[in-house]
Design a protein around this ligand. Sequence first.
Ligand code: C5P
Length: 292
Amino acid sequence: MTNQGAAVANAPAKINLYLHVTGKRADGYHLLDSLIAFAGTGDTIEASPADTITLSCDGPFGAALASEPDNLVLKAARMLAGQAGIANGAALRLTKRLPIASGIGGGSADAAATLRALAQLWQLTLAPDEMQKIAARLGADVPICLHGRAAYIGGIGEIIADTAALPEAGIVLVNPGKSLSTPAVFKNFCGPMSAAKRFDSMPLSTHALCELLATRSNDLTEAAVALVPEIADVLAALAQTPGALLARMSGSGATCFALFDDSLGAARAAKDLAMRQPSWWVQGAALISSHP
Ligand code: C5P
């Protein structure tokens, strides 16, 4: 139940439909070209008035986070308060439905949702580009999560170029129950670098979208599979699922996804796969181009 006077923000899963690593900066960060969309499933942040900034976690993966002393949600809240000169606190409640450290935004989506919820609770009037600067300081994926609309990302993730809405599609997300550290995957990546490969225009059908995506890749897959070999099993299972149009890993893994004609087909496939692989986290949803 939502507390009275609370501001609520959704933190949907972020999906890298393709992810090309195009170069490496002198500071070690990698340059990317990636098409991002979201899934109609994710975490929720609720911010209620309070004197100090506190965080409680619930939901299926809440307990796994409770042991982390200083996660990205608290960092985001403190950074926003500092930037906006806010003396008030907030009681933050994170309902964690997405697996931790899993390549679908998780912590970054939560941080972005925290910024949105607190801007509403504290009635801030920071300009969008000021909010984006705070997001970029929190992590490379936070700006696109704050943006909240399908877009290409460039640079290390902070350069956002809007795209037309994606065609309607369903998505099944699968995680083999293994968390994977993003820095470890990037460290394990040894090339080759790819060229940026943005679409000339957004296809109108899901089938045409998947045909274009099939000529692109997630360049981090091999580096991630070397650390968590189960990713290869997940990709094989998704590819063999009836109705799956494309199977791919998202971000630095270990979560993989398959695209379907619609969310009904995705829900059916998710149910079947969850029965066959009860130890995996399996979730069916709609692929979404924007969220509030
Ligand atoms: O920015 P964030 O904290 O999410 O990044 C975690 C780590 O992932 C970085 O310290 C870096 O090692 C790696 N990374 C990278 N290139 C990116 C994004 C992240 O090398 N574009």
